[in-house]
Design a binder for this molecule. Structure first.
Ligand SMILES: Nc1ncnc2c1ncn2[C@@H]1O[C@H](COP(=O)(O)OP(=O)(O)OP(=O)(O)O)[C@@H](O)[C@H]1O
Length: 239
């Protein structure tokens, strides 16, 4: 199995807050890796260090064989990033945002294809800030795809979406996964983690407490059966 990301003992402190406390983890090509954990557990900070948006205080991140410390610019050309709600592109229209983001990259995916796959045609001339949450999320997914990335990072991509919008977004994510792309995402929805993620990493107070396929996580519960919610309650909650 091809490893596309290798994270070794990364640490990030914000003053006296230990946001990430020595996480090591590897990500395989073509998998969907879900990251779960309580509010403030360190999911976003971990993702941000994997994307090269934050520098670890110590430890290393290797993406597609490149060391983040020395090759961040090269890595950024090969990854796609969908952040939690951002106001960065609120004041521009969907089409303008696509053109702007695309201009940042050497490699470009066919914009018409992205627009068609995500059903964005009717919204191209609308301001991003005026779209519903579901369409804003699709727009930000489209922006994460403009450079046809090998790896797509998504920070809580389905938060706040209604069940149908969540399902539709997952259909899109699964389509890109079936192209061989690797997806790494954080989520608070245990049902979708169980259903769609190949492996799930559980972070508690800045540490990785488990990382495995959902079936094995469920098997490892005290009574050997249950759901991802039970896994969450056993691994991610408490002191
Ligand atoms: N820029 C920052 N400055 C100071 N503290 C921060 C900063 N970003 C995050 N933190 C703190 O670091 C810890 C981890 O935060 P992080 O956002 O990584 O958690 P999370 O698991 O993504 O949480 P959530 O599920 O609420 O998004 C928290 O205690 C948070 O308050």
């Amino acid at each position: 199995m091809n490893t596309v990301i290798e994270v070794e003992h990364i640490v990030k402190n914000y003053g006296s807050v230990k946001a990430v406390d020595g996480i090591s983890l590897s990500v395989n090509k073509g998998e969907i890796l879900g990251i779960i954990g309580a509010n403030g557990a360190g999911k976003s900070t971990t993702l941000e260090m994997m994307m090269g948006l934050r520098k670890p205080d110590s430890g290393s991140v290797t993406v597609l064989g490149l060391d983040m410390k020395h090759s961040a610019d090269e890595i950024k050309q090969k990854i796609g990033i969908q952040l939690q709600q951002t106001s960065l592109y609120d004041r521009i229209k969907v089409k303008e945002a696509l053109t702007l983001f695309s201009s940042y990259y050497d490699k470009k995916r066919d914009q018409k294809e992205i627009i068609q796959t995500l059903g964005l045609e009717p919204y191209l001339n609308k301001y991003v800030k005026n779209l519903s949450g579901g369409w804003q999320q699709r727009t930000s997914l489209a922006l994460a795809l403009v450079n046809d990335p090998d790896i797509i990072f998504l920070d809580e991509p389905t938060t706040g979406l209604d069940p149908q919008a969540r399902l539709e977004l997952w259909n899109c994510l699964n389509k890109y996964r079936s192209e061989g792309k690797t997806l790494i995402l954080s989520t608070h929805y245990m049902d979708e983690a169980q259903r769609h993620c190949d492996r799930i990493a559980i972070i508690k107070k800045g540490k990785l407490v488990a990382c495995d396929v959902p079936k094995n996580l469920i098997r490892s519960l005290n009574d050997g059966e249950g759901s991802m919610e039970d896994v969450y309650l056993q691994f991610a909650v408490g002191s």
